[in-house]
Ligand binder design. Sequence first.
Ligand SMILES: Cc1cc2nc3c(=O)[nH]c(=O)nc-3n(C[C@H](O)[C@H](O)[C@H](O)COP(=O)(O)OP(=O)(O)OC[C@H]3O[C@@H](n4cnc5c(N)ncnc54)[C@H](O)[C@@H]3O)c2cc1C
Length: 414
Amino acid sequence: MKPLRIAILGAGPIGIEAALYAQELGHDVFVLEKGRIGENLSRWGHVTLFSPFEMNRTALGLAALGAGGMDDLPSGEEALSGFEHLRRYLLPLARLPRLANLIFEDHRVVTVGKEGLLKGEKIADADRLEAPFRILVETAAGEKIFHADRVIDATGTYGNPRHMGAGGIPAPGERAAAEIISYDLDDPLERDRGRYAGRRTLLVGGGLSAATSALAWRTLASDDPSTSLLWVTRTEAELPYAPIPGDPLRRRAALVEEANRIAAARTGGIRHLPHRRVDSLRRDNGSWRVRVLGPAGSEELRVDRILANVGYRPDESLYSELQIHSCYASSGPMKLAAALLESAAGSDCLSQPATESETLQNPEPGFFILGAKSYGRNSAFLLRNGFDQIRGAFQLIEERPDLDLYAVRPGSAA
Ligand SMILES: Cc1cc2nc3c(=O)[nH]c(=O)nc-3n(C[C@H](O)[C@H](O)[C@H](O)COP(=O)(O)OP(=O)(O)OC[C@H]3O[C@@H](n4cnc5c(N)ncnc54)[C@H](O)[C@@H]3O)c2cc1C
């Protein structure tokens, strides 16, 4: 096949692996990254991944690093923090001479269109593939247009948070309270300690990010007993998490168990308030009052800071001028969203179905949404699902259903 110009949007773990795959196939690939390589990973880098390293790297990545003379890699069963994964795997991969010059950092993709075609033209017509993609990029030196024959959007969702107000819309006062709300996975034990130690924080959310935060607060409150945390979840149960029976991801099982223990304890400066939703916020003499609604009516909580671990959503503005069919519930690409719903895997990321390449197709030919973004608001994405997707996307791009650069060859390192 003649080499194609392939643009990868985002230099996270999936963008970098996709670039390697494209390059191995001889395509003319480039990566556009709005910040630095692994930008989102480094924002939550203090958190330990619950999947072991062997699930978070590819055979191709290992082979490329081996060929580049890098043999000091983590062992398969090691549990790395986000920072360690970046330092010991992703950055060495991205900095290999074969990839380094193809990655453009500080290049923020604003949006993508088609050269000479509008959104409503040639509807779901394979002919749209003939017109190159036109990518508007913002850099410190100004705006630029890049052209590509195929585009892989691997821009993730972290950094595009949902709102914490009831019903998923901003609570009155939420936007005005921006200075005291963080939607990230903050690090209260080190990087962000000054913001939370000795203060009264409201934690909103009942997912694994909130569980991670609750565990960190337990340590912070024991170091500094003037620290306190009110933890609001929507769940009706007293314990926020239903453990997965026989969970093979030991770190995840331990996280859920500990978070439930914290919720049940009602001591150590942390109080869990189940079955609540955030109604409104108001400023009051230098602090903030948050009104929450629960089974017994409403109550007002006085807080200094808020940590809203309420999940993320994809930035659909990147492809709003393209023919992308998004799911009305998850905002992920429709075919994949439907496959995920049908699989009834729920929120257990280990039970997600293997990606059929067919589910990666959009009405817009040649445009693929991979990685965490492909799951939309569904947080069950694992890196290994993304590696399946890379394989599937290139089977479609190359029109070779059996193409698999991840198949372990005899004598290879994986
Ligand atoms: C706290 C946490 C723990 C997790 N733990 C695990 C785990 O243990 N195991 C596991 O398999 N998965 C885990 N995940 C899920 C998932 O694997 C990660 O979110 C992973 O980082 C997703 O990789 P990605 O490449 O799809 O997206 P990201 O890592 O989010 O990368 C997206 C990249 O795109 C860039 N970008 C965004 N917008 C633009 C734009 N407009 N223009 C250019 N670039 C842009 C970003 O700066 C970023 O570098 C975890 C997620 C979180 C948040």
